[in-house]
Design a protein around this ligand. Structure first.
Ligand code: BES
Ligand code: ZN
Length: 481
């Protein structure tokens, strides 16, 4: 029945479109409407989906588009059929996954303000408060109580800064009686695009689940994201995109809460463009501060995290050092999002194996870590992540590299060929990093397409990134043999 209906709709769309000879395409809804005004007889808007449109237009109309200066995208994307066009706009994530969305760093003013007000004492207080439940094991009444109390705490925090753009809800699950908690800061300009940060609220102990203080695993993560968001409020940051802050239920029994949430978001086609996971942030076990977990996460987002820390935390009082590490399994809630095709990143407290050895015991208490100084660094990184991906309302639109922009790279006998397709921006710098984040090549370029001789490099996978004069960047992995 549903198929029949879709078919009828398709036929009626096609009917409309057959008044002239043309082709199908997807493009920004705003551009489509402007084009329709200019040449009404040469373009049909067949479907509107969020801020995108499926159109049928003449060759002539498309030339007209090319001649215009488009400020928010590459113009249009040719689609071989109506079905393909509808598929593309209805599943933007799939497209983002295949091409290379990347993010720009433009919000220095907002970020500097926010990271200056991140408060270590607040993080300590919050960890102690959560530890005080004794256990947050998902079946215990105290776990549900902790979720209900966190909802009130977040509501009060938003209210104390008079934030009418914020709401907090409990997300009830089928796999556990404990609810998750979700705070939503509705985006002022692009509310349909989401940036998520989260951590798990539940705890566990192999010595008996009635004594599972879970101070590091993961009261620290909840305290970290809460303080990051408080800093956003204190500095009056209003996001363009929607921000969601999540305290997941029942992570410890197999990512139950985050899986149900990611599944629901996927089924509802919620356009989550990036997810940050904060699970264990307060034990300083390695020489580097942050270990970016590179399995079950997005390489592009991890690279963006490195770019953030290079930009904001290279030295001085906000300095953060980083390395990469592996969990070797889907060890926390980021894996739920990754499993649904969303892009996630997981900055972790230490290299795997050097992390807090007291987790999952009655000994996972705050006093073991001394202060919340380590978690403070993660709160800064969290604020940077949220601000740079959600962007400030009214920030002078440096256009993000479109999700439709593609970077093709190839290495052959020591020569790197690159080709950026689908972008009107001019790219002027090319960098190559190894997977540990070490810069191996930094070169100026003059065209969006070209080739560069590589220095002597050992065999392996590298990340090639190109930056535009508009401060955007796009990256792609390449195998050097
Ligand atoms: N915080 C841990 C994950 C973790 C532990 C990451 C040590 C890195 C080092 C998380 O709460 C957890 O315990 N995860 C489970 C797996 C999950 C699928 C139940 C684990 O690691 O056993
Ligand atoms: Zn755990």
């Amino acid at each position: 029945m549903k198929t029949l209906l879709t078919l009828c709709l398709l036929v009626s769309f096609l009917g409309q479109a057959q008044n002239f000879e043309g082709f199908h395409a997807t493009m920004s809804l705003q551009d489509a409407k402007e084009l329709k005004k200019d040449v009404p007889a040469q373009v049909e808007i067949l479907k509107e989906y969020r801020n995108e449109a499926v159109v049928y237009m003449t060759e002539e109309a498309s030339h007209l588009l090319h001649d215009r200066v488009l400020v928010h995208g590459p113009g249009y994307i040719f689609m071989p059929s109506l079905e393909a066009a509808i598929e593309a706009v209805e599943h933007p994530r799939n497209r983002a996954r295949n091409s290379l969305l990347s993010f720009s760093i433009t919000e220095d003013v907002a970020v500097d303000a926010a990271i200056n007000v991140i408060n270590t004492q607040n993080i300590e207080n919050h960890i102690l408060e959560l530890e005080g439940y004794g256990t947050r094991y998902h079946t215990m009444a105290s776990a549900t109580q902790a979720a209900e109390d966190l909802k009130v705490k977040w509501e009060d925090m938003a209210a104390s800064y008079s934030r009418t753009d914020v709401s907090v809800r409990l997300f009830n699950h089928s796999g556990t009686g404990m609810p998750s908690v979700i705070m939503t800061i509705t985006g002022a300009e692009i509310p349909e695009e989401f940036v998520v940060v989260g951590g798990h609220l539940d705890s566990t102990s192999s010595q008996g689940n009635d004594d599972a203080p879970g101070a590091d695993d993961d009261a620290s993560g909840i305290a970290t994201i809460t303080e990051a968001v408080r800093a956003l409020f204190e500095t009056n940051f209003v996001p363009k995109r929607t921000i969601e802050v999540m305290a997941y239920a029942a992570e410890e029994i197999g990512l139950v809460g985050s899986n149900e949430i990611a599944t629901q978001y996927d089924n509802n086609n919620v356009d989550v463009i990036a997810v940050g996971q904060f699970d264990m942030t307060n034990y300083n076990g390695s020489t580097n501060d942050v270990s970016l977990i590179t399995d079950f996460t997005s390489g592009n987002l991890n690279l963006f995290m490195m770019n953030l820390m290079d930009h904001y935390n290279a030295s001085g009082e906000h300095a953060i050092t980083y390395a990469t590490s592996l969990c070797n399994y889907g060890c926390s809630d980021h894996a739920s999002w990754t499993g649904r095709g969303y892009w996630s990143t997981f900055p972790f407290e230490a290299n795997f194996g050097q992390h807090n050895g007291s987790i999952h015991t009655a000994g996972d208490v705050y006093s073991l870590s001394g202060t919340a100084v380590h978690a403070t660094k993660f709160a800064k990184l969290c604020a940077e992540f949220l601000i740079e991906i959600a962007k400030s309302e009214g920030s002078l639109g440096v256009p993000d590299v479109s999700v439709n922009t593609t970077l093709l790279v190839n290495v052959n006998q020591g020569v790197l060929q690159y080709d950026i397709q689908g972008s009107s921006q001019e790219f002027d710098a090319l960098q190559v990093h190894d997977l540990q984040g070490k810069l191996v090549l930094n070169k100026g370029i003059e065209t969006n397409q070209g080739q560069i001789a590589l220095p002597e490099m050992s065999t392996g996978i590298y990340v090639v990134s190109l930056a535009s004069a508009q401060q955007n960047s796009i990256s792609q992995k390449v195998l050097v043999k």
